[in-house]
Design a protein around this ligand. Structure first.
Ligand SMILES: NC(=O)c1ccc[n+]([C@@H]2O[C@H](COP(=O)([O-])OP(=O)(O)OC[C@H]3O[C@@H](n4cnc5c(N)ncnc54)[C@H](O)[C@@H]3O)[C@@H](O)[C@H]2O)c1
Length: 264
């Protein structure tokens, strides 16, 4: 067992047992690891994903491990699709405790100077990365307000405070998501719903991507206090913490998990 696995297995939080946690975009990468971590901690992850083949495969992995999971085809850019998913979850479990707004247009993006970004790509990124979390949050509110308990975790990015160049639509979208976190937290505090952002650093998953070249990867690692590549498992402790009873009085915050590359 390596140090990362050991760390994520020894985490102790107030129990998430029986909680229903919707994780959007959990068919691969960071979301996939989140779904597995929720299941391991006793929660029931809902894999709300556009790519149904991947979603089913994550759910099967979890079920094969003796735990519960549900895969529901969802396009976070489409309000009807979100409403259908949320209605199905509420009908089946009668509760929605956690929403992790993780789905995003990210690994498929090409790096380009901002004046070369086609308008339709700009609009698509904002639609999925900003409008998607807004629509998902709207859709889960009735269930969370009914329970007077809820946790919304918005997956933004530590690339925002760095102002990483050459994907301006992405940076703009994650910056908007952070702003939304602050306002949503204020509106929802009286209902017992905490809203926070998690800002991952450059996190290396099973998916190859064009946004970080090998040279950039080395440079990023060189900036970190902990000089090794970040993995999705490094984010697990924070996402579970932000989804738990431990954060009843912690809301409207941004937590950067980037191995100490930046300081806020
Ligand atoms: N990996 C990193 O370095 C990093 C760093 C900071 C933030 N993030 C953020 O973390 C999240 C996950 O990152 P990742 O590396 O796993 O990304 P990824 O691109 O590998 O996975 C994104 C997932 O979202 C799904 N998705 C895309 N559009 C969707 C839609 N309209 N409806 C439903 N699902 C949709 C995809 O099918 C995919 O499963 C993203 O929001 C990303 O911006 C990632």
């Amino acid at each position: 067992m390596n140090a990362t696995d050991r760390n994520s297995q020894n985490l102790v939080f107030p129990s998430l047992s029986g909680r229903v946690a919707i994780v959007t975009g959990a068919g691969q990468g960071i979301g996939r690891v989140f779904a597995k971590a929720f299941a391991k901690s006793g929660a029931i992850p809902v894999i709300a994903e556009r790519n149904m083949k991947n979603a089913e495969s994550v759910a099967q992995e979890i079920v094969a491990d003796g735990r519960q999971a549900v895969a529901i085809e969802t396009d976070v850019a489409d309000p009807t699709s979100i409403q259908r998913m949320v209605a199905a979850v509420d009908a089946r479990f009668g509760r929605i405790d956690v929403l992790v707004n993780n789905a995003g247009l990210f690994s498929t993006l090409e790096m380009r100077s901002f004046d070369q970004i086609p308008l339709e790509e700009w609009e698509r990124v904002l639609r999925v990365n900003v409008t998607g979390p807004f629509l998902c949050a709207c859709a889960v509110l009735p269930a969370m307000k009914r329970a007077k308990w809820g946790r919304i975790v918005n997956i933004a990015s530590a690339a925002v405070p760095l102002g990483r160049p050459n994907y301006l639509h992405y940076i703009a979208s994650k910056s908007a998501l952070q702003g939304m976190t602050y306002s949503m937290a204020r509106e929802l505090g009286p209902d017992g719903i905490a809203v926070n952002s998690l800002l991952p650093g450059a996190t290396f998953t099973e998916i190859e991507r064009k946004t970080v070249t090998p040279q950039q990867k080395e440079r990023i690692i060189g900036m970190q206090c902990i000089p090794r590549a970040e993995t999705p498992e490094d984010l697990v402790g924070t996402v579970l913490f932000l989804s738990s009873d431990a954060t009843g009085f912690l809301t409207g915050q941004s937590i950067v998990v980037d191995g100490g590359a930046t300081h806020r």
